[in-house]
Design a protein around this ligand. Structure first.
Ligand code: HEC
Length: 507
């Protein structure tokens, strides 16, 4: 009897041990093939392949770390109220399966259990485009220097207007193409600018106005998507396509000749759609000016919907100093919905997030967006060490930031009402932008800056090194106010007196 019991326990233990062993072929390969290999294979964005046991074993520890930290698969939106289409986040269970496998020595397991690789689409992700066009000649991108903004015009010669579901962008020189905005031009302006510039393409043109309209865009990390349901852009007949590219030199000279695939539909959409961008114009109207060292420069904006809408996508945009970008919707009854929350912004992954389903937002819903920038030395993405003041501007090392919600009007609602109210809002922000808030109280900020100014004056003018500006040492602009600043009348300006003077000046 005793013997029998012993054997039974042993058997159970053996069975359990068997069930617990995590192997590559049975447990880990399905996770990697489904969630990693689409990018980690030749010709795609990932820097190495993850297609076999050896590929994965070689980087096992690193894979454990990047999945535990949720650095990979790249997906920066935090779980929010609504499901996003194509959400790449791994489940907790998948993450711990990988970790346990790595920690138990990465056994390969039974060959028969290895799943086959998914059928990846090579080339065009959205299937064969109806029309493929590209830059007519390569554009040379130097190895270093400032970012380059360059536009290229592509005549489409469409004999009639077309409904467009998607433009799929194929970057050519992947390491330098940072983003590309698409728009159409029926005015001939782009052709004229191209002709008058001796180099391939031309510098810049307006992207809105009569005869010119936006058609979406692409940025590193973005996956192409067709507009949902029957939504489509209108591409007028004989319009030219304009690709407005942003290049970021990579340290190696490159030549780029990117191309795009156009997907048309014959179905005329039942409604048009629009983007509500908060703050408008990527923050240009908010006069963004981020002090050096500031950890949480925060700009907010709000807009109340004047009609019932259905939201279908949301995106965020900022440069290197962007830290947190968030948009919420407060329903008329007070319930707050999270539309997009990116708590740890990464410049390299500027995606548009499409909702799994249209989200109904009734009239009276308040959209609110918050953009936080971190211009401290602790921000590992800060391009300036030591930090310097950064203002709004188009270059990568300038800043901008906003969130954009794409909406269509609900049935029976007029999109014109929304557009005109939004234009009013843009005017209000331009005239009267909400001041940014800082992580430190204004007084403290001033103290810091004041001390820097005073230190500068001392360095340049304190000839005898007594840490004061004696009479005769003062710079010309201090000559007339010397007596007023010298409150204790000792014929020398100490640091405290200079700080008081600066404060008075500020008032
Ligand atoms: C959407 C494309 C994409 C997917 C999906 C993806 N990766 Fe990556 N991965 C990249 C790119 C691009 C890089 C290099 C740039 C970067 O680090 O952001 C990278 C880098 C890495 C690195 C190197 C990180 C380092 O710091 O050196 C590892 C390891 C990695 N990926 C593992 C994975 C694993 C494991 C998965 C799946 C669970 C995965 N990746 C899914 C695109 C992807």
């Amino acid at each position: 009897m005793r013997n029998f019991l012993l054997t039974a326990t042993l058997l159970i233990e053996l069975v359990c041990a068997e069930a617990k062993e995590i192997t590559f072929t049975q447990h880990v390969a399905p996770i990697i093939f489904q969630n990693c290999t689409s990018c980690h294979r030749p010709g795609e964005a990932g820097p190495f392949a993850l297609m076999s046991y050896n590929d994965v074993k070689k980087r096992g520890k690193l894979i454990q770390l990047v999945t535990e930290d949720r650095i990979m698969p790249p997906w920066h939106a935090q779980k929010s109220t609504f499901k996003f289409h194509g959400d790449r986040r791994l489940s907790e269970e998948q993450i711990s399966t990988i970790a346990e496998w790595v920690e138990s020595g990465m056994p390969e397991g039974d060959h028969d259990k290895l799943p086959s690789l998914p059928n990846f689409i090579n080339g065009w992700q959205l299937g064969k485009p109806d029309m493929v066009v590209g830059m007519s000649e390569p554009f040379p991108v130097p190895d270093e220097g400032r970012d380059i903004y360059r536009s290229f015009v592509i005549p489409l010669d469409l004999p009639e207007g077309k409904w467009l579901k998607a433009i799929e962008f194929r970057p050519d020189a992947r390491s330098v193409v940072h983003h590309c905005l698409f728009f159409y031009d029926t005015t001939g302006e782009a052709r004229r600018l191209d002709k008058s510039d001796p180099h391939p393409g031309f510098r810049r043109m307006r992207q809105q106005g009569r005869g010119i309209g936006p058609l979406g865009g692409w940025a590193v990390g973005g996956q192409p998507e067709k507009l949902p349901e029957d939504l489509a852009y209108y591409l007028p007949k004989e319009a030219d396509l304009v690709l407005s590219m942003h290049y970021h030199p990579s340290g190696k000279p490159e030549r780029d000749q990117s191309s795009v695939g156009l997907h048309f539909t014959d179905q005329k959409p039942s409604t048009s759609f629009t983007g509500v961008q908060l703050p408008p114009a990527f923050g240009a109207l908010n006069r963004i000016s981020i002090p050096a060292g500031e950890k949480a420069y925060t700009v907010t904006d709000e807009f109340t919907l004047p009609i019932d809408v259905e939201a279908f996508a949301v995106s965020a945009h900022a440069h290197y100093l962007g830290k947190q970008l968030r948009m919420t919707a407060t329903l008329p009854k007070g319930e707050i919905l999270d539309l997009l929350n990116i708590p740890d912004w990464d410049f390299s992954w500027q995606e548009q997030y499409q909702f799994e389903e249209f989200i109904k937002l009734p009239r009276g819903t308040k959209l609110a967006s918050t953009v936080v920038w971190d211009n401290s030395a602790e921000n590992p993405s800060n391009p300036n060490i030591p930090p310097r003041r950064v203002r709004w501007g188009p270059e990568s090392d300038d800043e901008m930031g906003s969130l954009t919600l794409l909406v269509r009007p609900a049935e029976g609602q007029n999109i014109g009402t929304l557009n005109s109210l939004y234009r009013l809002h843009v005017g209000q922000v331009a005239r009267n932008p909400k001041p940014a808030t800082l992580s430190k109280p204004v007084e403290e900020q001033f103290q810091e800056r004041g001390h820097l100014i005073v230190a500068g004056i001392l360095e340049r003018s304190d000839k005898n090194g007594n840490r004061k500006i004696d009479r005769g040492e003062e710079p010309i602009w201090l000559k007339r106010s010397f007596d007023r600043v010298d409150t204790n009348s000792d014929n020398a300006l100490d640091q405290e007196e200079m700080m008081t003077a600066l404060k008075r000046l500020r008032r």
